[in-house]
Design a protein around this ligand. Structure first.
Ligand code: ADP
Ligand code: MG
Length: 348
């Protein structure tokens, strides 16, 4: 029997945990590199290494233990990924991180593929906003390092610009879209170029944080097809390997716009664990470890609810019905807005 691949995972949060669980199911060992000694993935991986990116001894140990490296979040310094890449394969390829962690590069890249995004402009000063008032009401988003709505400011009108604002970093200004719906498409691409995808998932956000996901998405066949085709186009253009998520807006006038891309499995795809024969996590493991692709088959319709902050205490006491599946991420401290777990409900 051939030796199985050992997978390195950068990041020890809930996405890393769910990835390790999927790997275990198919006998792939995992080594997690986390900068947090309490990272929940320590409960689900085979080896847990706590280190900052600059701790050379620990990083050497991580690299020596694994055959291929992947990651649970995109905001990892690209230099660090390049350093690992000199010794071990890093998948998805780090060139996509450079783009996915920078909104300006991301939107430029998407637009150059001929795919629509919101109207946007790169902003370095209050003056830049004043020059682009046609984008108001809009959302000012930090160009790098944003997640769950962090680093975002709603600008209703030019009066919201304060004279004493100083711009220590760069931003983009995006026109606020009148949203009919939000959806995501999760696609897997293998080394040989084979792709497989889940049907679009419908997402509801509250305070810019994902609240609920569901399938089937209530959208037209045309939009569904366009969303899947765009995701394929994006994945192919990178010769991408692994799971890629594309977040979309559908406007009031039924226009499909890419919101952002995530070079990874995604919160909206947690329902794939129960609703399909193969989850987004197993798909990712199979693709980056170069295992046989597996045909995706739907098992059930489903809804997924995120459990935030102190809500976890009530969820832990809940009696689950046979169609309900609850995940506690085992995070030490609940904090307001922090993703603590999720509940998937299978539906008719
Ligand atoms: P993050 O990187 O934090 O996920 P997003 O850009 O995806 O940031 O924004 C989070 C959520 O905020 C979106 O899913 C959407 O609900 C809302 N949002 C963001 N940008 C816009 C916009 N231009 N128009 C309307 N809603 C928006
Ligand atoms: Mg988002």
């Amino acid at each position: 029997m051939s030796k199985s691949v050992r997978l390195g995972v950068i990041g020890g949060g809930q996405l890393g945990s769910l990835l390790c669980m999927a790997a275990k199911k198919i006998n792939i060992e995992t080594v997690v590199l986390s900068d947090d000694k309490d990272g929940p993935a320590k409960n689900f991986c085979d080896y847990f290494i706590v280190s900052k990116y600059e701790n050379n001894e620990k990083i050497k140990e991580f690299i020596s233990k694994v055959d291929v490296v992947t990651y649970e979040f995109e905001n990892i310094p690209v230099n660090f990924l390049n350093l690992i890449e000199r010794q071990k394969k890093v998948l998805p390829y780090p060139k996509i991180n450079k783009i996915a962690q920078n909104r300006k590069l991301e939107k430029t890249f998407i637009n150059e593929l001929g795919i629509n995004t919101t109207d946007w402009i790169y902003i370095k000063s209050a003056e830049d906003i004043k020059k682009n008032r046609h984008l108001l009401p809009g959302i000012l988003k930090s160009n790098t390092l944003g997640y769950d709505g962090k680093g975002q400011f709603i600008l209703s009108s030019i009066d919201d610009i304060k004279e004493d604002w100083c711009f220590t970093s760069d931003y983009i200004l995006e026109k606020k879209v009148k949203l009919k719906k939000e959806i995501s498409v999760i696609i897997t691409r293998y080394l040989d170029g084979t792709t497989s995808y889940y049907e679009p998932i419908e997402n509801v956000h509250k305070n810019q944080i994902l609240y609920k996901s569901k399938i089937p998405a209530e959208i037209s066949k045309e939009i569904s097809k366009e969303a899947i085709n765009n995701a394929k186009k994006i994945a192919d253009s990178f010769s991408y390997v692994g799971v890629l998520t594309v977040e979309y807006f559908i406007t009031e006038n039924d226009k499909l716009l890419v919101n952002e891309i995530a070079p990874r499995f995604h919160n909206s795809g947690h329902l794939t664990i129960e609703a399909f024969n193969i989850s987004q996590f197993e798909n990712h493991v199979r693709a980056v470890c170069n295992l046989q692709p597996k045909l995706i088959k739907k098992v059930s319709n489903a809804e997924m609810y995120n459990v935030l902050g102190f809500e976890i205490q009530d969820y832990k006491k809940r009696t689950l019905k046979e169609n309900e599946f609850f995940y506690d991420y085992l995070k030490k401290e609940p904090r307001e807005g922090r993703k603590m777990g999720h509940l998937t409900i299978l539906k008719e």
